[in-house]
Write a protein that binds this ligand. Structure first.
Ligand SMILES: [Zn+2]
Length: 332
């Protein structure tokens, strides 16, 4: 058994492997980032090239951190799924072309000769908030990652809940409307189609096609995805803009429905929200809590804290780094 005193002087590395960027951090035992590097994934160049970039970035960051390799206990990787945590294999990643059954853990073990832990990226974000963010000391929590898509992480009795074959917590693919729009997963009416950034933008695009005009937004329809920001969408919706108001209200309402379902199924102590949309703060939380109150069993609602994560864009990398402490005497 490693004793806690000596661990407190050690570091771990957290990596967030995304379709757009690879973020890499060297983190101390208290969750302080001592060195951070972010490089583009360049996923279109193929699997081998991306793996090479992961390896090079980790080496570069160790040098940049000036921490001795001997003081680093291992590397945690948060990666898009589906993946096999036990075998350390990424089965498939929609945003990483060519990635099929990649034994990433073995590849990195051979390169770095350290302990390597692989985890789903949304689970890593949930674990980050639980160890170092809004959910410190909370043993039953559910985290929604609200970004381009919607992911989730479920922590039960202080442990990440993976399900039968690592498919648990796909919160974005919860059906919230049987007649809703088609989702990338093939289903109709998933939460992701309403409350993710892509879902919100797609719905705005459809309304424009129906001939509805915005009273405030000025953008080029062809470049809608690039030019439109969530912040401005929410701002004009609040001003009463015809095009965006219903869509924003529905995005919040469907998210509330999903949280109410979770509250009734799992009765967690806390729901933590992370991702771009959470920049709205109370403008998101107040109507959201109202929706959950309306739908969840009252005792489940009353005991539930719905909060915004405290780690901003670093929940995933901090969680990945904290995975290394799980099997130790860590207080988290
Ligand atoms: Zn779906």
């Amino acid at each position: 058994m490693v004793d806690k005193k000596s661990l407190e002087k050690k570091y771990s590395i957290g990596v967030d492997l995304g379709g757009t960027n690879i973020v890499n951090t060297v983190v101390n035992y208290q969750g302080k980032i001592v060195s951070r590097l972010k490089v583009p994934t360049l996923a279109e160049r193929g699997k081998e090239s991306t793996i090479k970039r992961i390896v090079e970035t980790i080496h570069e960051n160790i040098v940049q951190s000036t921490i001795a390799s001997g003081d680093i206990i291992g590397i945690g990787i948060g990666a898009p799924g589906p993946l096999d945590v036990k075998k350390g294999i990424i089965n498939f990643a929609p945003n990483l072309p060519g990635w099929r059954d990649v034994p990433l853990r073995k590849i990195l073990e051979d390169e770095f000769n350290m302990k390597i832990v692989l985890e789903n990226d949304a689970n890593a974000a949930a674990w980050g908030e639980r160890c170092f963010g809004a959910g410190q000391g909370v043993n039953n929590l559910v985290c929604f990652t609200l970004g381009t898509g919607i992911g989730g992480g479920i922590i039960i009795n202080g442990k990440i809940y993976h399900g039968n074959n690592y498919g648990a917590a796909e919160l974005g693919h919860m059906t919230v409307n049987k007649d809703g729009p088609r989702c990338n997963c093939g289903n109709y009416g998933c939460l992701e189609s309403y409350s993710s950034a892509t879902g919100i933008k797609n719905r705005i695009k459809n309304r424009i096609k129906e001939g509805i005009k915005s009273e405030f937004l000025d953008f080029d329809e062809d470049k809608l995805f690039e030019s439109l920001r969530l912040k401005s969408i929410f701002e004009v919706a609040r001003k009463g803009d015809r095009l965006t108001k219903d869509i924003v209200e529905e995005a919040i309402s469907y998210l509330g429905i999903a949280i109410a379902n979770i509250a009734n199924i799992l009765n967690p102590e806390m729901v933590v929200l992370v991702g771009g949309i959470t920049n709205e703060g109370n403008k998101l939380l107040i109507p959201l809590r109202k929706e959950v109150k309306k739908r969840a069993l009252y005792s489940n609602y009353k005991s539930l804290k719905i909060v915004i994560g405290k780690l901003a864009g670093n929940a995933g990398v901090l969680g990945a780094a904290a995975l290394l402490w799980i099997s130790t005497n860590c207080s988290c």
